[in-house]
Structure formats: structure tokens, C-alpha cells
Design a protein around this ligand. Structure first.
Ligand SMILES: *[C@@H]1O[C@H](CO)[C@@H](O)[C@H](O)[C@H]1NC(C)=O
Ligand SMILES: *[C@@H]1O[C@H](CO)[C@@H](O)[C@H](O)[C@H]1NC(C)=O
Length: 392
């Protein structure tokens, strides 16, 4: 009789211990959900800040996922242990023919696991919704040399939305050549089959961007501040202009001093790579609102300007391309992720296909996952391979 009592007490202890643990876990999960609900409410009110908030949430859920995964693993291990103990207790209880109801406890515990899984699934679901852009470049796969028009320096790009191709010959000018497609451009003798567009002020350096029918270019008249101009290619009008307050006219890439500042446009917004001054060794990054040209955020990429020849932005990550003064093999040797989501070990050292040249510009096209390069007057397309960032 005494043995049975001891057994019952210890059984009860095991079950209350487990229950206490599961209750704690449930509370934790509930709190997590409440936090997330609060956050969702917050976004609703801040819908104009929608995108930035999503990025924050992505980090939060990534962290929550890690915690939950650990909790889930611990819970499974605990449950396995509890199941073994329960089996033993059941057999002993059967033996003394006492009717306690250990099964009810077991069912309850199972339910907690189920609910836990639902929460984890829910977070997974939310997470997959918010991580619309979580790719990094894993390699530069191939190169296609398309054409050679114009002078050694220049840039060309393709509007991801309209598929039109834009050629900026040289390092400054007020003219742009527009082609209906890459095919039209490659079949054109020189630039004869293009539409010439004359912009109202000169563009400075091969750092322009074209997105969704708008041209964004750098304007820098002698002795004035750097300006970003937004130009509607269809109507031929300047939509907006914004000053860029940089002290000095320091070039952003040390190997291409003509690049005053470098613009990149994608689904996430408008990015500007620039140097704050001659004494600043690192490249700075600004995120701008493509509609209003307002500066939303500024970062120091910690990527040196020294020996940099170009850079491009993919999914909120800046890839800086380095070379040597005597042109050799270009390589991505510094990356900067604005979301801080990149794990350092993932950062790739990417070599461009063996071709001893120097890029005057590199423009990334997110739609095709291609880089449009200008190398000594050659127009080149690089195809890149992508992989997911190791977030979870
Ligand atoms: C490109 O610019 C160079 C001068 O920078 C000029 O000599 C050449 O004719 C231009 N080519 C085209 C196709 O506009
Ligand atoms: C530039 O970046 C390097 C890391 O690459 C960092 O150690 C250094 O402090 C940065 N310099 C400035 C002035 O921010």
C-alpha cells in the first residue's frame, strides 16, 4: 500500500511537472502570437512604411522560428522521455489495479504538441509570405559578349518592366540611345536603329538607372552639389529632382573616377551608392523613395572604395566589384546586406568569368537575374546563379 502511494505521488509529480512545462510553453507561444498580432496592427497603421516593417518582421519571425524550433525539439525529447515513464507507470498501475487516468494526461500533452505545431506552421507561413526577396548570388555562371559600340567607358541597362534597352555612351552627355529589345540592339549596326533621347541636363558618370519607364540619373554641374533627377522617358519630362548633400565630389569607385554616384533601381526601391568625401574610405549607401526621391535610410557599407570598379544591388544586398589598376580578373570581394540577415560565412567570393578587362559599369536586372556590363566598349551580359539566404 505504501509503495502504491509513493508510486502515485511520484506519478503525479511527473505529470504536474510536464503539465507545468507545457502550460509554460503554451503561454510563451500565446505571448509570441500576441506580439505578432500587435505588430500586425502596427503595420496596418504604418502602411506607408509597409516595406521597412516587413523587413523588421522578417527578422523577428526568423528569431522566433529559431527559438520555437529549439523549444519544439526540447518538447519532443521531453515527450519521448515522458512516454517511456508513462508506459512503465501504466504497467505498474495495471498491476496494482488502480484506476488513475494517465491517458488523459497523455492526450493533453499530445494536444499541446499539435497546437505547438500549428503555431510553428503559422509562423512558417507568415515567414514565407514576408521573405519575398531572400536570395543571394552564388555564382557568375556565364558571359555573353553582345556588341561593341561607343567609347571604352559607358553603361547600358534594360528596363525590367518594359524590356527596352538604354545605352549611355561615354561618361557624360545629354543623349541616350533607346532600343526596343536586347535583340534589336544586337542586330543594330552601331546605334542607327535606336531612338535618341535628349535629356534636359547632362548625366554625369555611368551611374544611371532605368526602371518602369523612368530614368534616374546623376546631375553634377561644375561646382554644384550632386543631384538625382527622375525623368519620365515616355512623356519626356523631369518628374522630380533631389539634392544629394555630399561635401566633396569624391568618386564612389576608386578605379572609375567618372562615376560620381551610382544608382540602382529594383522592386525594393531606389538605391544610391556614393562617397561622402575624399577622406571617407568606405562606400555609403542610401535608400530613396523612387516616387519622391526622399532619402529613407543611409548606411556605411564598410566596403572600401579603394580598388573598387563597380557595384550592384540584389535583394537589399550590395555587391562591390574589385579589380586592379592594371585590369585583371574582376571579383566581388565585399558585400553588405541592409537587413543584416546574411550570415558572414555565406558571403561569397565571386570571380567573373576569366576575361582580363575592367568594368566601367555593372547594372543588375532582377527580372532576368543578369548583369549588364560595359567593358572597354564591349556590351556584356553575365548570367548569375542564386541561392536562398540561410535565414532558417
Ligand atoms: C561615343 O562617344 C565617343 C566619345 O566619347 C564618340 O567618339 C563616339 O562616336 C560615340 N559613339 C556613339 C555610338 O555615340
Ligand atoms: C571602413 O570599413 C572598415 C571595414 O572594412 C572598418 O574597419 C573601418 O572602420 C571603416 N572606416 C570608416 C571610416 O568607417
Amino acid at each position: 500500500m505504501k509503495a502504491v502511494l509513493v508510486l502515485l505521488v511520484s506519478t503525479a509529480w511527473v505529470f504536474t511537472g510536464a503539465q507545468y512545462y507545457y502550460q509554460g510553453l503554451m503561454d510563451y507561444l500565446e505571448n509570441r502570437l500576441l506580439t505578432i498580432e500587435d505588430r500586425m496592427q502596427f503595420w496596418h497603421e504604418q502602411s506607408h512604411r509597409y516595406h521597412t516593417e516587413l523587413q523588421d518582421f522578417k527578422k523577428l519571425t526568423a528569431e522566433a522560428m529559431v527559438v520555437l524550433k529549439n523549444e519544439h525539439g526540447m518538447l519532443i525529447r521531453d515527450l519521448e522521455g515522458a512516454a517511456v515513464r508513462m508506459d512503465r507507470v501504466e504497467r505498474e498501475i495495471d498491476y496494482v489495479e488502480t484506476h488513475s487516468s494517465p491517458r488523459a494526461c497523455a492526450n493533453k500533452a499530445d494536444k499541446v504538441v499539435e497546437q505547438g505545431s500549428v503555431v510553428i506552421f503559422f509562423l512558417y507561413f507568415l515567414f514565407s509570405l514576408t521573405s519575398d526577396c531572400v536570395e543571394i548570388i552564388s555564382g557568375i555562371r556565364s558571359v555573353k559578349i553582345l556588341k561593341r559600340v561607343g567609347s571604352p567607358k559607358g553603361m547600358w541597362t534594360r528596363d525590367p518592366r518594359s524590356s527596352k534597352v538604354y545605352v549611355f555612351n561615354g561618361t557624360t552627355g545629354d543623349r541616350i540611345y533607346q532600343f526596343n529589345s536586347v535583340r534589336d540592339f544586337s542586330h543594330s549596326p552601331g546605334v542607327t536603329s535606336s531612338t535618341q533621347i535628349k535629356v534636359p541636363s547632362e548625366w554625369s558618370g555611368p551611374g544611371s538607372a532605368v526602371y518602369n519607364g523612368y530614368l534616374y540619373y546623376i546631375k553634377q554641374e561644375f561646382g554644384t552639389d550632386v543631384q538625382v533627377v527622375k525623368y519620365d522617358l515616355l512623356s519626356g519630362t523631369v518628374i522630380d529632382t533631389a539634392m544629394f548633400p555630399v561635401d566633396n565630389h569624391a568618386a564612389v569607385y576608386n578605379l572609375n573616377p567618372e562615376t560620381v554616384a551610382d544608382l540602382a533601381a529594383d522592386d525594393e526601391g531606389l538605391w544610391l551608392l556614393y562617397a561622402t568625401g575624399d577622406s571617407e574610405p568606405n562606400i555609403s549607401l542610401a535608400k530613396m523613395d523612387p516616387a519622391t526621391l526622399d532619402i529613407e535610410q543611409i548606411w556605411d557599407t564598410r566596403c572600401p572604395r579603394e580598388n573598387a570598379e563597380a557595384a550592384f544591388v540584389v535583394c537589399g544586398t550590395v555587391y562591390v566589384v574589385y579589380n586592379t589598376r592594371l585590369a585583371s580578373r574582376s571579383r566581388v570581394q565585399c558585400i553588405f546586406d541592409v537587413n543584416d540577415a546574411m550570415i558572414n560565412e555565406e558571403a561569397p567570393l565571386l570571380y567573373f568569368p576569366r576575361r582580363y578587362g575592367a568594368h566601367a559599369s555593372l547594372k543588375y536586372n532582377p527580372e532576368e537575374k543578369q548583369l549588364y556590363g560595359w567593358d572597354d566598349g564591349y556590351q556584356i551580359i553575365y548570367r548569375v546563379t542564386m541561392k536562398r539566404k540561410l535565414l532558417v
